[in-house]
Every structure is written in structure tokens, then in C-alpha cells.
Design a protein around this ligand. Structure first.
Ligand code: GLN
Length: 539
């Protein structure tokens, strides 16, 4: 029988529910259990693919091409749980399914209502991950308890324990215990209120995890225990992880959260945890041998979560090279300022992430030029690759008007153009070239050397491509095409042989990097940045 853990959040948003859920998943896996992770998001968009990163942070893409919440990135970085379309459900998707069924006559004669039809559909979606070989499903509920829009999800998980048995469900509530400077005290009242709200709708949490910047005293725990109706040992402290998010699982383990879960759910299969590889990661993070500075130049640089997976993949590249990676986030529109240009000339690596729309593109193109002319290791991703192609077209091939038709439909040199398969598409949601696609690398290229193979598969999310008609001209000018789709038609990787490390890719390598398995291109990029800073002796 698959057991279920539901993670809810209270008091404020951005508490790190995703990280906590991922850490729980990782701890249970380390005890030999088979875990599946999923997230239920209360917003009405069918998926976050149509939301601006300013609204919602990064859109995380899975192998199967689903565009999902960035918390799924944490799940993939922390656990081995295979993720698919079944791992992220939104209100939009749930209603879409119910309405489709209603139109097909699936509920003939009935009034279709939130309870039971929407809640039944939610429960069905949760159950899709259950199978005899899965020990635990961890379901994170997005939003904060008290939000109107999350009510159907909470009602569904309340009913769930009646359907599968109380002993098979565990409710974990994550709250904030703020420290009031003036009173020099931790305050438990918001937690009491938030648990009170949950209990009003019929959910009694089994465990309360308290996010806090100060240690909880015995009195604090006792108070929360008394008012929230949970035993004192079920009040778990989760202190801010100032140093690294990869400390969170170990901190939770030290506070015996995994042990408690194993006991409460009767997970008799669980063995002793083996966290050797995780401890090695932290050891490397704590004792780096080098430090480099990388500029990430993007139009959403101000939002801390807009390029979440890229920032994490850089940390992983650092782990592989025993290097601490300092990231400077640069707003691409600022590259027209002299001081920003000077700053870019001093960094050890420049990374250009993906993006959409014209704003900030000229700044990105200038950043490519600075990297190319100053031999600064350069890593372009998706739009970053497209900008590198435009820059090369303009400044090396002399095509002054080179551009992408995304930004200038009438460009006389559309070196980046809409993919053929995209021309007739009008809908915006879920219609890009998405998900894992095979790429064939050219033997002997820097990319093939980094991957150690010529056959790879990486995740995509784009509509535009390198214009086929310009290929010969670019190659003659010195750009090397280091990877294409297996039919040779789509350019996937470009390199500059005359430069120490200049690689740009049409796909998103950041989605497949894990702290335990740093992505080869991020490892290579950080290594090149180390060499740029310290010279080849640092290798
Ligand atoms: N806007 C570009 C395209 O659609 C790049 C997309 C991206 O960077 N993810 O092709």
C-alpha cells in the first residue's frame, strides 16, 4: 500500500515548502524507500508556461515536455523520483478535465460541483502516481492555508485519509515562527492561527515544521504543541539555511523528521540512511579551493527565482571543480552603461540564459561581444545561443541588420527564424518545441569532450532556431556547429574554436544538473572560469 504525505504551508508564502518536501523525499529515499513527488498548484493557468518569470519565477521543463512549477526543479535535484505530467496539477487542469468530461456527457443528469466532482478529480490525480512499487507519495499543496483558491485542494486531501485510511496519510504543516527584534522573542501565535485554520477545515496536522531564524526553545515547542494539538516531538524546527540549501535535508534529519515520518506511517521497509554522497557535497561546498565570479546577464535578473536552475547548476559546476561560484546578476538593459561593460570585462565567465521578447536583447548581444573579444568563458543557453549567433552575424560576418524574427520581423538578415513546425501555431500554451530531444554532437568538439559522448538528449523550450540558410556563411566565418538534431536540420550547439571556452546551446542543460551529478557543460564552464582566473596551473 502506497503511503501519502501532504505538505501544506501557513502564515506566509515563500517558506520553502518545495525545498522541505524535496528534502523529505531525499531523506526517505536515502533510507531505501521508493518515493514519488508531486505538486498541486491552486492558480487557474493550466501550467506556468504562460506566466512571466516575474510573476512565478522559472518555468521548469520536464523530459516529457511539461512546463511546470520551479519546485519540481528542487524535486529533481534532491530525489530520484521520476517526474512527468502527473507530477504537477493546477486548478486550471483539474477544471479542464472536469469540464471536458461534462461536455462528453460524463456526468449526465448531475449538477457538477466543487464537492464532489472537483475534489474527486483532485484525488484521482493524486492517485495516478500510486503503484505497488511506490512506498510514499509526497504531495505538496501550493499557496498558503487561508487562500480561497486552495480550499478545494485542502478539502480533497482531507477526504483522502477517509478513502485510503488515516494510518496511510500524514499531514505536515510548514509555518513561520518569526523573531520579533523589539520583543527579542520568537512568536508562535501565527503558527497557532494557521494550524487553527487547517483544523477548521478538518485537517489536523500530524507534524508542524517551523521555519525560523532562531532556535526554538523547549517552551516554544511546548506552546506550539499545546495550541496546535500535536505532541511536542512532532514540532520540528527548520532553521534558515544561510550557507546552502543542500544543508536542509541534513538539518531535518538531525531534528529526526525522517525518523518520525517512518514511525508514524509504519514504513517498516525503511533502513538506515546513507548520506555519504550528500555529505561529500557539503564538504566540497564548505571547503572550496578556488573562487570565481560569473555574470548572469538576463532580463529577469532582478527576480531571484527567474533563473533558479541556472544558479543551482552553477553551484553544481562549482562542486565538481571544488570552486565557490559567486554570481553577479546583471540586468541586460544595463549593459549599455559603461560601468556595467567594465564590470563584465572583469568577471571570469559570462552566462546568457534563455528568455522571450525584445526587451534587453541588445544588452545581451553586447555581453556576447565582450565575452568573445576578451576571451572570457561564455555559456549561452537558448535565447543566449540565439544572441551569440546574432552577435557573430553582425560583428564578424558584417551583417549589420542580423537579428531574430522574434525581435525584428523585417530584418534583412534573419539569422534566427521561426521553426517551420511553429509557423501555423496560434495558441500560446504548451505549443513550443518542448521537452527532451536527441542531439548529435560532433566528435572532437568541446561539447562532445565535456559530455564524453556524441549522443545526448536535453530539454528544450523554444520556437525560434538558427536559420538553416546562413549555416555555410557562418561556418566559413569561423563559427563551428558542434551539435545538431539527429537529422542534421536543427542547430543545437555552437562553439568558437578561436576562443578558450565559448559554447552556446539551443536547449536548457540547467534542468538536468544535480548536486550529485553536476551537468557536464556547467562543470566545463566553471573549469574554464577557474582557468581564466588562476591560469592553467589551477586545474
Ligand atoms: N525566445 C526564444 C525562442 O522562442 C528563446 C526561448 C528560450 O530562451 N527559452 O526560441
Amino acid at each position: 500500500m502506497t503511503k501519502h504525505i501532504f505538505v501544506t504551508g501557513g502564515v506566509v508564502s515563500s517558506l520553502g515548502k518545495g525545498l522541505t518536501s524535496a528534502s523529505i523525499g531525499m531523506l526517505l529515499e536515502s533510507r531505501g524507500l521508493s518515493v514519488r513527488m508531486q505538486k498541486l498548484d491552486p492558480y487557474i493557468n493550466v501550467d506556468p508556461g504562460t506566466m512571466s518569470p516575474y510573476q512565478h519565477g522559472e518555468v521548469y521543463v520536464l523530459d516529457d515536455g511539461s512546463e511546470t512549477d520551479l519546485d519540481l526543479g528542487h524535486y529533481e535535484r534532491f530525489t530520484r523520483s521520476p517526474l512527468s505530467r502527473d507530477s504537477n496539477w493546477t486548478t486550471g487542469q483539474i477544471y479542464q478535465r472536469v469540464i471536458e468530461k461534462e461536455r462528453h456527457g460524463g456526468y449526465l443528469g448531475q449538477t457538477v460541483q466543487v464537492i464532489p466532482h472537483i475534489t474527486n478529480e483532485i484525488k484521482k490525480c493524486i492517485m495516478r502516481l500510486a503503484s505497488p512499487d511506490v512506498d510514499v507519495i509526497i504531495t505538496e499543496i501550493g499557496g498558503t492555508v487561508g487562500d480561497i483558491e486552495s480550499l478545494p485542494f485542502l478539502e480533497a486531501i482531507r477526504q483522502f485519509s477517509q478513502d485510503v485510511g488515516k494510518e496511510n496519510c500524514l499531514y505536515i504543516h510548514l509555518t513561520l515562527v518569526p523573531f520579533l527584534k523589539a520583543a527579542r522573542e520568537l512568536k508562535t501565535k501565527p503558527t497557532q492561527h494557521s494550524v487553527g485554520q487547517l483544523r477548521q477545515i478538518g485537517i489536523q496536522p500530524d507534524i508542524v515544521v517551523c521555519r525560523t531564524e532562531q532556535k526554538l526553545s523547549k517552551e516554544d515547542c511546548d506552546k506550539i504543541s499545546l495550541f496546535c494539538n500535536v505532541p511536542s516531538n512532532c514540532v520540528i524546527e527548520e532553521m534558515d539555511a544561510d550557507f546552502s540549501i543542500y544543508e536542509v535535508p541534513l538539518a531535518l534529519m538531525n531534528n529526526k523528521l525522517d525518523e518520525l515520518i517512518v514511525q508514524k506511517l509504519g514504513l517498516t521497509k525503511a533502513g538506515q540512511s546513507d548520506l555519504t554522497s550528500w555529505q561529500e557535497i557539503l564538504q566540497r561546498l564548505r571547503h572550496p579551493e578556488h573562487e570565481i565570479t560569473v555574470a548572469v546577464v538576463g532580463k529577469y535578473a532582478k527576480h531571484k527565482d527567474a533563473y533558479k536552475s541556472i544558479y543551482e547548476a552553477l553551484v553544481h559546476g562549482g562542486i565538481a571543480n571544488r570552486t565557490s561560484v559567486r554570481v553577479i546578476r546583471i540586468q541586460s538593459e544595463d549593459v549599455d552603461r559603461e560601468e556595467t561593460r567594465q564590470l563584465l570585462k572583469t568577471v571570469n565567465g559570462i552566462l546568457l540564459p534563455g528568455g522571450f521578447g525584445e526587451r534587453g536583447v541588445e544588452g545581451k548581444i553586447e555581453a556576447v561581444q565582450i565575452a568573445r573579444e576578451n576571451n572570457i568563458p561564455f555559456f549561452g543557453i537558448c535565447l543566449g545561443m540565439q544572441c551569440a549567433v546574432i552577435e557573430f552575424g553582425r560583428n564578424i560576418l558584417g551583417l549589420a541588420d542580423a537579428n531574430s524574427t522574434e525581435f525584428d520581423k523585417d530584418s534583412s538578415d534573419p539569422v534566427i527564424c521561426l521553426m517551420d513546425e511553429q509557423r501555423s501555431i496560434v495558441d500560446m500554451g504548451g505549443t513550443m518545441r518542448l521537452g527532451s530531444q536527441p542531439t548529435t554532437l560532433v566528435a572532437g568538439s568541446k561539447a562532445a569532450e565535456a559530455y564524453g559522448t556524441t549522443g545526448i538528449a536535453e530539454r528544450h523550450r523554444h520556437r525560434y532556431e538558427f536559420n538553416y540558410q546562413y549555416r555555410d556563411q557562418f561556418v566559413a566565418g569561423g563559427l563551428s556547429i558542434a551539435g545538431t538534431s539527429p537529422d542534421g536540420k536543427l542547430v543545437e550547439v555552437i562553439e568558437l574554436n578561436s576562443h578558450p571556452w565559448f559554447i552556446a546551446v539551443q536547449y536548457h542543460p540547467e534542468f538536468k544538473s544535480q548536486p550529485t551529478h553536476p551537468h557536464p557543460l556547467f562543470r566545463g564552464f566553471v573549469a574554464a572560469a577557474v582557468e581564466k582566473r588562476y591560469g592553467s596551473s589551477a586545474k
